[in-house]
Design a protein around this ligand. Structure first.
Ligand code: HEC
Ligand code: HEC
Ligand code: HEC
Ligand code: HEC
Ligand code: HEC
Length: 199
């Protein structure tokens, strides 16, 4: 073998392996900024934004509680996405004539399913349950939407839902480590064993 090639392999291979391992753990934040177009231009800012403020384009905000639509978030693994019936509770009447609302009604009348495009997504080998997180992160007296911010950012101010955190393994483990080291959680089940998060 060419000695230069040998040298390159000898020193290059371990470097590549380390880089590969680092890449796996601190995975590229390719999904940060992901904001797919949805079948209906549903806006979180108008629906769930702080009613004492306006949207960036001067619209009223209605402050609907996150849990009205994401009913599972405090009680089960999945936060869940609302069915069309939930939308129609209001949109039988409200917003009649607006393009997005008329499109919604058309789906509803034709019984066409609304296939929302998934924004945040874990690989199959990862376990992520919402309920235990919200139970810990939702401080008494604080608005429910605050407890979503560490992982989803300020959804209540977004026109289009956008992923703002990498949600990679380092992101999850960092918070678990911080919590584990606080007195309040010293004896609780926040841990960083592989099988906490991996099946
Ligand atoms: C009136 C119903 C409604 C309310 C209230 C609501 N949402 Fe949503 N939410 C939706 C719908 C519909 C989608 C799917 C379409 C989309 O992504 O825009 C969604 C999507 C999301 C997603 C992205 C899900 C994914 O695919 O990864 C997050 C995160 C989210 N909502 C957080 C919140 C938070 C935080 C609040 C409260 C501040 C809230 N939502 C209030 C209806 C609602
Ligand atoms: C609790 C009542 C309520 C629910 C539930 C609700 N909306 Fe709305 N929605 C509103 C209000 C209020 C407005 C603002 C109407 C206006 O500005 O005249 C609105 C506006 C809209 C608009 C028009 C936005 C724009 O650009 O003007 C769309 C589209 C819409 N909603 C879709 C949905 C969808 C999809 C759902 C179900 C996931 C939903 N809404 C659930 C109350 C609701
Ligand atoms: C500790 C991080 C974390 C917090 C806090 C959090 N989420 Fe999530 N959320 C995620 C992850 C990770 C996913 C993707 C889950 C998957 O693919 O299995 C997700 C997915 C979702 C989805 C998509 C549908 C579903 O059920 O998977 C919605 C909607 C959602 N979150 C809403 C919320 C709301 C509302 C709050 C606050 C009340 C919240 N989340 C708090 C991490 C979080
Ligand atoms: C903002 C801090 C924070 C972030 C970010 C976070 N976690 Fe957690 N996680 C916690 C806390 C606090 C608990 C402890 C809950 C308890 O004691 O019931 C926990 C518990 C868990 C549990 C055990 C739940 C059970 O069954 O009791 C799993 C699994 C988990 N987290 C997965 C994840 C994954 C996967 C991510 C990244 C997508 C993540 N966490 C990000 C704070 C966080
Ligand atoms: C707090 C939750 C959490 C803990 C604890 C955790 N992981 Fe992960 N791990 C994740 C998440 C989330 C991902 C997915 C990252 C992504 O998709 O960007 C992941 C991805 C991985 C991957 C990459 C697989 C792929 O799809 O690229 C490997 C390998 C891995 N974990 C091994 C481990 C090992 C070994 C341990 C124990 C030392 C561990 N994990 C502990 C949350 C965790």
């Amino acid at each position: 073998m060419d000695p230069r090639l040998f040298k390159a392999l000898k020193y290059g291979t371990p470097l590549l392996l380390v880089a590969f391992a680092a890449w796996l753990i601190w995975a590229p934040p390719a999904r940060v900024g992901y904001a797919p177009e949805q079948p209906i231009a549903y806006r979180h800012d108008i629906h769930a934004g702080d009613p004492s403020k306006k949207t960036f384009d001067g619209r009223d905000q209605y402050g609907i509680d996150c849990r009205y639509c994401h009913t599972g978030v405090e009680v089960s693994k999945k936060a869940g996405v609302p069915s069309m019936n939930t939308c129609m509770n209001c949109h039988e009447i409200i917003g009649y004539g607006k393009a997005g609302v008329m499109k919604l009604r058309k789906y509803y009348e034709q019984k066409k399913p609304l296939d929302w495009v998934r924004v945040h997504n874990m690989p199959d080998h990862v376990r992520f349950p919402h309920a235990p997180h919200i139970k810990q992160l939702h401080k008494p007296g604080e608005h429910i939407s605050r407890s979503c911010v560490p992982c989803h950012g300020e959804v209540a101010a977004m026109k289009v839902v956008t992923q703002v955190e990498s949600l990679n393994m380092g992101f999850c483990v960092n918070c678990h480590r911080d919590y584990r080291n606080t007195v309040e959680y010293k004896h609780q089940g926040v841990n960083i064993n592989c099988n906490t998060c991996h099946y």
